[in-house]
Design a protein around this ligand. Structure first.
Ligand code: GDP
Ligand code: GDP
Length: 460
């Protein structure tokens, strides 16, 4: 499936206190307000959105994964670097000119260099403009090319740094081509450790690909599995001569249990989930039915929501729940409250163990994705706009009335509609919501996120 919204990922890596989060804040600062306004968004800001010279990217702050105890710094840093290598297109490696080059800088730099991932070296805390700090030049020894002198606090040098980052990003055409190339639907299975992600993949793939255990985080790293679905599980007719359908399952099980890296398993698994969501067409959000909805679920689901992904909420281990005829209804009501920020996402109660309703899960993945990729012609949209504005008059404020002139669909994944109006301040959220709901009703878009983007145009 192609995805028009592929965004590149940039990760910041470096020792504690070199200024990673300061740099993160500086770069994402302009747009952070928008990100934080969205519901269900991580408070601890592992990631943020930014753009430079017209190129948009997601910035990950691996500092959110910082170790608590001193002696584990190096192993944690290696793990951070590993995640950055796996999930980022470009890495910003941050060092501190005041402490100079340290042995852990060198160690982590080597891990990054070996991976062959593009890297830009940021020498932070160069607060004085002009003359470089005498220790600046020793950073050439890292073998990462030109170091960029930056002051994250004052902002000096961040422009040159970002120029270098954008330069190192993959060419947009290549990104689009790579994603449009595959005929498979990419499904990311995300959720907390132990919610049953690997069990689901194993059940579908029909083999024990991995050792499933009761201890959180004992399965291996993210694994991609391509499956061909038997006709039984198909909900739509296929082209002639092609009687299977391919899905790529991205399983994001927690980190392998490495003796020294497991305190932060939850946070690592969140980061992994985020990068899996980025790569996917559909996100399956797994909730453990016994445990119910948790804070971590809201972080992961909030990310899928922000990215406008087709999402399905799967309540797993349904076989373990003692049920009567009210149980599912009660569960649904509770979920509706927990997931109110993404009320379009459908639920399904499954058991990865027994296979119950896994066919339904696939059907929902397909339906949500079809909706997510829907394109609606401008003529039909404007007919709807005329109808909707005649049914419920646009609001007025102190004698001025909102006028909606024109609507057009700008993109899919998620369907994004630009609505031209006379005055932005009159186009209140409630009326946007009204238009959104009419679009959902008229074009059968009840299960996908959609976006309404108001634009002002001079009075006619
Ligand atoms: P992190 O642990 O790598 O995320 O580092 P922080 O961003 O939390 O920064 C650690 C400390 O260094 C904080 O006290 C920051 O105010 C300070 N700091 C960060 N960037 C700069 C800088 O460019 N110049 C100066 N003078 N201090 C900085
Ligand atoms: P992951 O960490 O999300 O990949 O979770 P696993 O697939 O490793 O599952 C964690 C534990 O939950 C294992 O002991 C599984 O056997 C168990 N489990 C997973 N799905 C189900 C289910 O649908 N029903 C029951 N009863 N147990 C399940």
């Amino acid at each position: 499936m192609s995805n028009n919204n592929i965004k590149s990922v940039v990760a910041i890596v470096g020792r504690p206190n070199v200024g990673k989060s300061s740099l993160f804040n500086k770069i994402t600062g302009r747009r952070q307000a928008i990100v934080e306004d969205s519901p269900g968004v991580t408070r601890d800001r592992l990631y943020g959105e930014s753009d430079w010279n017209g190129r948009e990217f997601t910035l990950i702050d691996t500092g959110g994964l910082e170790p608590d105890s001193k002696d584990l710094i190096l192993s944690k840093m290696r793990a951070q670097a590993q995640i950055a290598i796996e999930s980022a297109d470009v890495i910003i490696f941050v060092v501190d000119v005041r402490t100079g080059l340290t042995s852990s800088d060198k160690d982590v730099a080597n891990v990054i260099l070996k991976s062959g991932k593009p890297v830009v070296l940021c020498v932070n805390k160069c607060d004085n403009i002009g003359e470089n700090h005498p220790d600046f030049y020793e950073f050439y020894n890292l073998g990462m090319g030109e170091p960029y002198a930056v002051s994250s606090v004052h902002g000096h040098g961040t422009g040159d740094l970002l120029d270098a980052v954008i330069e190192a990003l993959p060419n947009l055409d290549e990104v689009e081509l790579a994603s449009a190339d595959s005929a498979v639907t990419k499904i990311a299975i995300i959720g907390k450790p132990n919610s049953g992600k690997s069990s689901l993949v194993n059940k579908i793939a029909g083999e024990e690909r991995s050792i499933v255990s009761d201890i959180a985080g004992t399965t291996r790293d993210a694994v991609d599995t391509v499956i061909e679905l038997p006709p039984l599980l198909r909900s739509s007719p296929l082209e002639e001569g092609n009687n299977t359908e391919k899905f790529l399952l991205i399983d994001t099980a927690g980190l392998r249990r490495k003796s020294r890296v497991n305190e932060n398993i939850e946070r690592y698994s969140v980061l992994r989930a985020l990068s899996a969501v980025d790569r996917s067409d559909v996100a399956v959000i797994m909730i453990d039915a016994e445990e119910g909805y948790t804070e971590q679920d809201s972080k992961i689901a909030g990310y899928a929501h922000e990215k406008g992904k087709a999402s399905v909420i799967a309540i797993n281990k349904w076989d373990l729940i003692e049920k009567d005829n009210k149980t599912m209804g009660e569960y649904r009501r509770k979920l509706a409250a927990d997931f109110s920020f993404m009320s379009y996402a459908p639920y399904v109660f499954i058991s990865a163990k027994t296979g119950q309703r896994i066919d339904k899960l696939f059907e929902l993945c397909k339906t949500t994705l079809e909706q997510n990729l829907t394109r609606i012609g401008t003529g039909r949209l404007n007919d709807l706009l005329a109808y909707a504005t005649s049914r419920v008059q646009p609001p007025t404020d102190r004698g001025r009335r909102l006028k909606l002139y024109y609507i057009t669909q700008a993109s899919v994944a998620p369907p994004t509609f630009i609505v031209f109006c006379n005055k932005l301040d009159l186009f209140h959220f409630s009326y946007q919501r009204y238009i959104e709901n009419r679009i959902r009703e008229a074009f059968g878009l009840d299960m996908t996120p959609i976006r309404i983007v108001p634009r002002e145009r001079g009075d006619q």
